[in-house]
Design a protein around this ligand. Structure first.
Ligand code: SF4
Ligand code: SF4
Length: 341
């Protein structure tokens, strides 16, 4: 990444963090799915299929415009494998036109020098690739040996920030691979993070002692900013629940290929409201609603978004939130009735 581009991105990041700290009334991060299809079939994954079609570009643009209206600071395209979408460059370009920071999560298989240059031209600002092991096995083919050439292309041609996420847990055979992956990422000039893989219903799989040791070594190698933000992981690695306020459905949105808003990739189905109908009332309800799955949640990006508001606005159960909102509506109605004509 060129130094001037890096500095511009840092300034934009600082601006969105300050805005998010001052006001809790806009979306900070949205993940949007332009197609569910993936070229791989990782054993732990519940986020892909092998048949679905890409979401048409005009539909994607309408969804992105709505995210823009909700003040979304960062829009990350995810999947499935979003690089399989034939109009990904246009999608990235459209994110930039909303004023949002444009991110991409990919398995890395489709990067060639030409493809990287097209993403530079489209205005991509941030890429994350997760690498699960060194040599492909029956659980995952997101492997350093397969992807190393792609990483070298990225190191040479990309004008966007690249983070390599290694993973621990979830049936990954050789936990020491995470350390090899992180060292290679640093060598190529990328930032690196480590994630604990969730099980099928999105909750925690406790780490073994060996996994824990490697987890701490990889964290030390990694991006210091992320390590500071991811202190929740220390509790999770110890198998202890972590107390925090998940703001999914408000400050964080997950938009599936059907255009519906969900809490996150692991809690699809709720609220399940089409993005085009998503209102500030929905936003406020979800902001205040305590998420039952929070104590053992391993989803790094939602934790990071949660930090921005952890110090304000305690949450309550969904029933209490609905009751409170109903009371508010009733008193507003009374004010209307009693107002002199
Ligand atoms: S590459 Fe990503 S989306 Fe595809 S199967 Fe693996 S984890 Fe799932
Ligand atoms: S706590 Fe939030 S991000 Fe984590 S699984 Fe639950 S809804 Fe998803």
């Amino acid at each position: 990444m060129r130094k001037s581009t890096f500095l511009k991105l840092k300034v934009r990041e600082a601006a969105f963090i300050s805005k998010a700290l001052i006001s809790p009334n806009h979306v900070v991060l949205a993940h949007i799915i332009p197609m569910r299809r993936c070229n791989l079939a990782c054993g732990y994954c519940n986020e892909y299929d092998q048949t679905s079609k890409p979401v048409p570009l005009d539909v994607m643009k309408r969804r992105l415009d709505k995210l823009g209206e909700l003040g979304t600071a960062v829009i990350t395209v995810s999947g499935g494998e979003p690089m399989m979408h034939p109009q990904l460059d246009d999608i990235i370009r459209h994110i930039r036109s909303t004023g949002g920071i444009a991110g991409l999560i990919s398995n890395g298989y489709y990067f060639t020098p030409d493809r990287i240059k097209r993403l530079n031209a489209a205005g991509l600002e941030y890429l994350q690739i997760s690498i699960d092991n060194v040599v492909p096995d029956e659980v995952s083919r997101k492997s350093l040996r397969v992807l190393d050439k792609k990483l070298r292309y990225l190191s040479e041609h990309a004008d966007f920030h690249i983070n390599i996420n290694s993973v621990i847990g979830g049936g990954i055979k050789n936990p020491e691979d995470a350390l090899t992956v992180a060292k290679r990422a640093v060598e190529l000039g990328f930032s690196t993070t480590v994630g604990v893989i969730h099980d099928e219903d999105g909750t925690l799989k406790p780490l073994t002692q060996k996994e824990k040791d490697i987890f701490h070594q990889v964290k030390k190698l990694g991006n210091k900013d992320h390590a500071r933000l991811n202190w929740f992981q220390d509790s999770i690695a110890e198998g202890k629940p972590y107390e925090w306020r998940c703001r999914s459905g408000s400050r964080y949105l997950y938009i599936c290929e059907d255009g519906k808003v969900h809490w996150c990739s692991q809690q699809r189905g709720y609220p399940g409201i089409p993005l085009e109908d998503y209102s500030m009332e929905d936003f406020k309800r979800e902001y205040k609603t305590e998420k039952w799955c929070a104590p053992t949640c391993t989803i790094q990006c939602v934790h990071q978004v949660g930090i921005l508001d952890n110090w304000r606005d305690p949450q309550m159960s969904e029933a209490e939130v609905r009751k409170e909102m109903q009371k508010k509506k009733e008193s507003e109605r009374m004010v209307q009735i009693l107002r002199p004509q």
